[in-house]
Design a binder for this molecule. Structure first.
Ligand code: ADP
Ligand code: MG
Length: 316
């Protein structure tokens, strides 16, 4: 099978929301008037972002999910994406499963594959995603104000626990491992939540590098600091199997869960309660933005600790 047959067979899908999809030198799409185009790219490299033996169907889903998560973090409606793929060889079983998973995730979110590039090389999946949003409505990292509550969209640390197990740093029981691997391999992008947060949240991002590191990014952009109450940060019960140190590292510095973290003015707590029940996600308040800079963690003993680096290991 040559490159063109491979593209036609696995990556040429119906493109109902594009004027021109796969097959020409470029695609054509239209953005409705009054909307802004929201653009982001995320790359997955074998050995760095995923393990060599990962199920290709899951990998296809995840490659798009991490991009959808960036749309969620902006509050955007995801619409189109391109796929740049480097493959070490043409393994049709692998490509078939990868394209099936990718397509399932795309259909679930109504996003259309409109083009890409395919080449031979070390396995790399690079997706650029495009979405739409009402002009001026996007959720930025920069809008947070001291006094705002800090929220997360769900339990953290499950994916990191799976990585710890795979790296031999922790030993999880089979059932806990299966649950954590699901979290690692099949993150659920919080797309609907992101859209609901427009006009409610003052700032938002998705947690891809760990809660502490990502809150630090939000703080830098917003020109403020943050305090996180460790006791309030939700995590899956199952990871209580980890030692205390690894548990804290997983929930504070693990990133692959792809939950959203966002700041909301404290006057909006009632709105947040309503949103929490209508959207059916375990949204949790985990702290607050404060004047100054840096991220502090109030630990389980009520001691305030200051973060000097992105990881929990580096507390001063
Ligand atoms: P060009 O020669 O202009 O670089 P290609 O031969 O790379 O074009 O691609 C032919 C068509 O197939 C283009 O429309 C391109 O967007 C699309 N395409 C290539 N690779 C992929 C892919 N992995 N997924 C989706 N579309 C692809
Ligand atoms: Mg090309």
């Amino acid at each position: 099978m040559n490159e063109f047959q491979l593209i036609a067979r696995y990556f040429e899908w119906p493109a109902p929301n594009a004027e021109l999809g796969v097959g020409d030198d470029a695609a054509l799409v239209s953005v409705a008037s009054g909307k802004q185009l929201v653009v982001s790219a995320d790359m997955l490299v074998e050995g760095r972002h995923f393990f060599k033996d990962v199920d290709p169907d899951r990998l296809g889903r995840k490659a798009l999910a991490v991009n959808l998560s960036d749309m969620a973090a902006m509050g955007a409606i995801p619409r189109w994406f391109t796929l740049a793929l480097a493959l070490p060889q043409v393994d049709t079983h692998w490509i078939e499963a990868f394209s099936r998973g990718l397509r399932a995730m795309a259909e679930e979110h109504g996003v259309t594959l409109i083009g890409g590039d395919t080449t031979c090389g070390p396995l790399t999946i690079s997706i650029q995603i495009m979405g739409e949003i009402d002009a001026g409505a996007a959720l930025l990292r920069s809008g947070g104000k001291p006094g705002d509550d800090l929220w997360v969209s769900g339990p953290l640390g499950g994916a990191a626990a799976a990585v710890m197990h795979r790296q031999g740093r922790a030993v999880l029981s089979d059932s806990v491992l299966a649950q954590c691997e699901l979290q690692l391999d099949l993150p659920v992008p919080r797309v609907a939540l992101g859209q609901c947060l427009c006009g409610v949240a003052s700032a938002a991002l998705d947690i891809s590098d760990g809660l502490l590191g990502d809150v630090a990014h939000l703080c830098e952009r917003s020109g403020c600091g943050a305090e996180i109450e460790l006791a309030w940060v939700p995590y899956p019960d199952a990871i209580n199997e980890l030692s205390t140190d690894l548990l804290q590292e997983a929930i504070l510095a693990g990133g692959d869960d792809y939950e959203l973290c966002f700041s909301v003015p404290a006057q909006q707590r009632e709105t947040m309660q309503e949103l929490k029940s209508s959207i059916g996600l375990p949204l949790m308040r985990v702290g607050r933005l404060v004047a100054g800079e840096g991220v502090r963690v109030v630990d389980l003993n009520g001691q305030v600790r200051t973060l000097s680096h992105a990881g929990f290991d580096h507390f001063a």
